[in-house]
Design a protein around this ligand. Structure first.
Ligand code: SF4
Ligand code: SF4
Length: 364
């Protein structure tokens, strides 16, 4: 078997999963956990991995999907027990945000992703998945090749599957592209679009992409015009702390019909970590700077959610807006959190942020 370019397979650890995946004619990696033997099907190739590889493989659960490479590395593509699965459409982006959680290097690397490969990955996901995010980089950089992927979402998944499309919205300022996109898109598609400033002068220095504000605003308005389900996302950093109120007023005045606005604490990894001096503010300061903006949005009839804020950094009166938004594998608590009375309600903190900033947490 040649899997030099990646071999997509689902994981089977029981006879039942083996039978189910065989009936669906899917490639699989059958794991005999007792004997530590790994066998690919349908090729029948047996792999007995190094101890370290075995340890990693043991972290893959039945019906998870991964892509395996000839150097023994693999990427997890789908976790069967998670509602937080994502399809990364491309690592590249046409913006270069100062506090992007991906590194600049990873976004600049040329992506060779194809719609065929993405559709093949989707075929391995269960048709009754509840939720799937499409993300990047900027997914629309796939251009027209994105349309077969969108059509695949429609064909492959049940009607109840919900999709989230994370985009900077700029491409949707192109009306011809938007029309084709909407023709191909499945129902229940939710758009998450970042907006960091209320003008080109306040937004573009953060995206480090001239013209990004005008394009994003135009794209957001076009989506709303077509009745799309749009959420705006404001990442609060040192760069926009001082004009959160003006940003809220701009949103309230210009965008009718938003699903909600998410005010987000920054994830300190990738470019955000590299630009820490420019970006980082303690989450308590970020919350205080956002408080009035939240009130402005709510009083304008716009729903607001607070993402990535641990409860000890937020005034109690705003806890109802806090979401447990951090992906399970990225969450960290301090030892002191064990004595916190609201730990069960709290979404914790990004592992990367705690490691980088050493931020203090205050058990309640
Ligand atoms: S934050 Fe989003 S829009 Fe900005 S550079 Fe990163 S991927 Fe692109
Ligand atoms: S102390 Fe820990 S558990 Fe308690 S609110 Fe803060 S982060 Fe959450």
């Amino acid at each position: 078997m040649n899997y030099g370019t990646g071999y997509i397979a689902a994981i089977a650890k029981s006879e039942r999963a083996y039978a189910e995946l065989s009936a669906e004619q899917k490639n699989m990696l059958f794991v005999d956990t007792e004997r530590q033997i790994y066998r690919f099907f349908p090729s029948g190739e047996v792999i007995v991995p190094e101890a370290s590889a075995a340890a990693v493989l043991n972290r893959l659960a039945e019906f998870d999907v991964a892509e395996f490479f000839s150097d023994s590395s693999f990427h997890v593509l789908f976790r069967d027990d998670s509602n937080d699965n994502a399809l990364v459409v491309t690592n590249q982006c046409n913006s270069n945000c100062v506090m992007c959680p991906c590194s600049e290097g990873s976004r600049r690397r040329i992506s060779h992703e194809t719609s065929e490969h993405l559709c093949r990955i989707l075929e391995y996901m269960p048709t009754d998945a509840r939720f799937l995010t499409l993300t990047g980089g900027e997914p629309t950089l796939l251009g027209n090749s994105l349309f077969p992927v969108l059509r695949k979402l429609k064909e492959h998944f049940e009607d109840f599957t919900e999709f989230q499309f994370l985009t900077n919205g700029r491409t949707f300022s192109d009306k011809a592209y938007l029309r084709q996109f909407l023709d191909a898109a499945p129902q229940h598609l939710h758009y998450g679009i970042p907006l960091y400033g209320f003008s080109a002068e306040t937004h573009d220095p953060i995206t480090r992409a001239d013209g990004s504000f005008l394009q994003a605003v135009s794209g957001i308005k076009a989506l709303l015009h077509h009745g799309c389900d749009v959420e705006l996302r404001i990442v609060v950093s040192k760069l926009n702390l001082s004009y959160m109120d003006a940003l809220a007023q701009f949103i309230a005045a210009n965008f009718q019909g938003l699903s909600h606005v998410s005010v987000m604490a920054a994830e300190m990894c990738g470019a955000a970590a590299a630009n820490r001096q420019e970006v980082w503010v303690d989450y308590q300061e970020a919350f205080q700077a956002s408080k009035n903006a939240v009130k402005i949005l709510l009083s304008s009839g716009i729903n607001v959610m607070l993402f990535n804020f641990p409860l000890c950094k937020v005034e109690r009166g705003y806890w109802a807006l806090c979401q447990k938004s951090i992906s399970d594998y990225k969450i960290r608590y301090y030892d002191t959190c064990r004595e916190c009375s609201v730990k069960d309600l709290c979404g914790g903190v990004f592992r990367s942020t705690l490691l980088l900033t050493g931020m203090e947490l205050n058990p309640i």
